[in-house]
Design a binder for this molecule. Sequence first.
Ligand SMILES: NC(=O)c1ccc[n+]([C@@H]2O[C@H](COP(=O)([O-])OP(=O)(O)OC[C@H]3O[C@@H](n4cnc5c(N)ncnc54)[C@H](OP(=O)(O)O)[C@@H]3O)[C@@H](O)[C@H]2O)c1
Length: 295
Amino acid sequence: MPSWSALRAHNASTKLANATFLVVGGTAGIGRATALKLAAMNASVAVAGRNAAAGSTIIAEMQKLNPDGKHEFLPIDMTLLADVRRFAKEFAAAHSSLRGLVISAGFMTMAGRTETVEGIDQKLAVHYYSRQLLFKKLMPMLEATAASGQEARLMSIFASCLGNTVNFDDLDLKHTYSLKTAADAASGYNDLAVDALSKQHPTVPAIHIRPGMVGTGLMDSFPFYLRLPAKAIISVVGTSPEDCAEAMVYALTAPEYNKGWWLLNEKADILKPNTKYHNDETRDKVWAHTEQLIG
Ligand SMILES: NC(=O)c1ccc[n+]([C@@H]2O[C@H](COP(=O)([O-])OP(=O)(O)OC[C@H]3O[C@@H](n4cnc5c(N)ncnc54)[C@H](OP(=O)(O)O)[C@@H]3O)[C@@H](O)[C@H]2O)c1
């Protein structure tokens, strides 16, 4: 397992001039810290999310860290596949290469299944379906970047190796939704998706990483009796967004992850999938369902 000092040393010696990264969910928390770290390593960074004011602030910060980079905020609402399609089209038209596509967009809620106008649960849309749609839509850019001799990687920041059940009769949880089944599905499906994407697009390494417990605003929408104890625990055993970003950026740049698919932990170390739930049959069925749903 790489130590924090080894992660930091690798990142400190890695320069990303002329490389463009897109961080979706980069306006706050882990995504924001990852975007700032990438800019500090000389990358150009596009940050996407809904909060334009937070986007402007982070662009100014990135500009200070790397005045030679081209940094921008781009609006996207990951609850809607239609908006992901619009975003991908505009991004591909305006950019010629993409060294890394990082998706960290996420939210917490105790609400039950909440359908979007597209008939998908909001949480599953943000944490899974929209992520896969954006990976697919921007894959030609990632592949072209890889073919040009630069590396290109994709990374889903969510909860690797924590999903432990797949219900083939109700994959989008229309009938069996609960907080647990939604968390299990988004975690497990992201594991299976990096495996499937990597089989289809072998020149682009695909990573699903769990950040561990990180002190961000993720739980701010919780009632105080849940939020306060959760924040107290994280303040003792969790990490800061800045430390977490060291691991995220290591995963995006370390030579050991330059091909294939990877499930990584909060220190960017390798996790093994539970083969009871992660096998060829499950992967192919979940991926066929995903491709059908995202069109
Ligand atoms: N923090 C932890 O301890 C922890 C632990 C395990 C897993 N995770 C996962 O790590 C990821 C990042 O978490 P975080 O702690 O950094 O959360 P955070 O601080 O709340 O940041 C969430 C980010 O997601 C974006 N976002 C939320 N809904 C969106 C939408 N509909 N469309 C586009 N962007 C959206 C937000 O941007 P806008 O508001 O601008 O849209 C923000 O940039 C999440 O997937 C989370 O589930 C976090």
